[in-house]
Design a protein around this ligand. Structure first.
Ligand SMILES: [Zn+2]
Length: 154
């Protein structure tokens, strides 16, 4: 039964005067829904935020206003803020003279992941971003990574 969710919705009154764009009714309720949004890099699971969605009692139409879009845009900017661009990651790797496979093996990131970062298909998280920056700033770290790889393989 969906009684509980209906009761939850009924407790919200349309105090904001929002009109349904579908039928013009003011019997509109608000509910928080989980939004899965693509960051524009091809991965729909990149962004998961709670946004307010209006639901019309009269025609069951669901719609958002600028609030939802603003929340999503803020979250999106927050996510990609200060992260290395796909081109920058590729530059770090090529400056080190490594193929994607070699770089992936040394860093432990995995070839598929690295390819997604370099193509922009997915963005790296902050810890990976930090690691990539350290590696780009100090190529001697490569020697240490090679050493670690030898130990792991032995
Ligand atoms: Zn409606």
């Amino acid at each position: 039964m969906t009684t509980s969710s209906h009761e939850k919705l009924s407790s919200n009154k349309n105090a904001w005067g929002v009109q349904c764009p579908g039928c013009g009714s003011f019997t509109v309720r608000i509910k928080e829904v989980e939004e899965n949004q693509s960051c524009g890099f091809g991965d729909p699971t990149d962004l998961q935020v709670q946004v307010p969605v209006y639901a019309c009692d009269a025609c069951c139409f669901c719609f958002t206003d600028g609030t939802a879009e603003a929340i999503i845009e803020t979250e999106r900017r927050e996510r990609i803020r200060n992260l290395l661009s796909p081109e920058a990651i590729k530059t770090i790797r090529t400056k080190l003279g490594l193929s994607q496979t070699e770089f992936a093996e040394l860093t432990g990131f995995g070839t598929a992941t690295l390819k997604r970062w370099e193509s922009g298909g997915r963005r790296q998280n902050v810890s990976a971003d930090n690691f990539l920056r350290l590696l780009g700033d100090d190529p001697t770290l490569l020697k240490k990574l090679r050493h670690l790889l030898r130990i792991r393989k032995s």
